[in-house]
Design a binder for this molecule. Structure first.
Ligand SMILES: NC(=O)c1ccc[n+]([C@@H]2O[C@H](COP(=O)([O-])OP(=O)(O)OC[C@H]3O[C@@H](n4cnc5c(N)ncnc54)[C@H](OP(=O)(O)O)[C@@H]3O)[C@@H](O)[C@H]2O)c1
Length: 269
């Protein structure tokens, strides 16, 4: 495969990845480090964050533990990116808004005790990270322009992990889907606002991906096995990361707005 010229600039990039302790977020860190990026990895589990630094080295991975719906934690992630990898001046130019969780069931039969945490993480937390990322990137672009460079010289990406259930209503997980519908609207609004400034805001919407997601969401393992038997193989986190990489390695003036990917045999949602 021919290498895009912007593949080579990946080594220069400073990334923030939320929800990096498992699944898609972990694979994203692995892939970005493989391209030479410096990464701030976030998640709530301390031991997993420690393991990430041991696996990839503190030269390229630093961590900020905590909830992405907490403003102080989000601010800390971006400060850490600038101070640890940006010589105190350069901001993160690649932010992957991935932290999230599922929940089995509809508005009628899902567990109401889990609604608040899910909405906080999937919608409010994601909105906070998009907001902070946007403000830091705007500042970074102003810094570039004061040195005679522009958005065309350095890509700036905010990539948000949505879901096919944020585009197509799924009765078996409609409470979760409603958070991803909200995210879908938020991301399109941000794209329209930030695109003209040279910041790409990309929504990646996967179908079924095998990860810790199913356990956290409370899916019945026998039900999930049935899904895999019917439509499998389902996606692996690395499949989602390949799709994400195809967007961020484009030249800065090319933008894949939305990427929807499903297991080939997934008909619905
Ligand atoms: N798996 C699927 O079928 C599927 C399909 C479509 C979209 N998605 C979306 O893809 C994203 C990643 O899911 P995944 O499949 O990789 O699930 P996963 O394996 O369960 O990973 C979720 C990650 O998010 C972190 N996280 C959860 N709540 C957090 C919070 N409040 N603050 C910070 N980190 C938090 C978790 O780490 P800690 O527990 O350490 O905090 C973990 O690292 C989610 O947004 C999910 O909605 C998944």
């Amino acid at each position: 495969m021919t290498q895009n010229v912007f593949d080579s600039t990946m080594a220069d990039r400073i990334a923030v990845v939320t929800g990096a302790t498992a699944g898609i977020g972990y694979e994203t860190v692995k892939r970005l480090v493989g391209h030479g990026c410096s990464v701030i990895a976030n998640g709530r589990r301390e031991d997993r964050l420690r393991d990430l630094v041991l696996e990839f080295s503190p030269e390229c991975v630093a961590t900020v533990r905590g909830d992405t719906a907490d403003q102080a934690v989000v601010g800390e992630m971006f400060d850490a990116a600038r101070e640890t990898f940006g010589d105190g001046a350069r901001e993160a130019d690649l932010v992957v808004v991935n932290a999230g969780r599922g929940l089995k069931g509809s508005v009628v039969d899902s567990d109401t005790a889990q609604w608040e945490e899910m909405i906080r993480t999937n919608l409010l937390g994601a909105a906070l990270v998009v907001r902070h990322a946007a403000l830091r990137m705007i500042a970074d672009l102003e810094r570039l322009s004061s040195r005679g460079a522009s958005w065309r010289d350095r890509p700036h990406d905010i990539v948000v992990i949505g879901s096919t259930v944020g585009r197509h209503v799924s009765p078996f997980s409609s409470m979760y889907g409603s958070t991803k519908f909200g995210l879908h609207g938020l991301v399109e609004g941000a794209r329209r606002e930030l695109g003209p400034k040279g910041i790409r805001v990309t929504l990646v919407e996967p179908g079924f991906v095998r990860s810790e997601f199913q356990g956290v969401a409370g899916y019945d393992p026998a039900w999930f096995t049935g899904v895999v038997d019917r439509i499998g193989p389902v996606l692996e986190p690395a499949d989602v990361v390949r799709a994400l990489m195809s967007a961020i390695t484009q030249p800065p003036w090319v933008h894949f707005n939305d990427i929807v990917l499903r297991p080939t045999r997934q008909d619905y949602p």
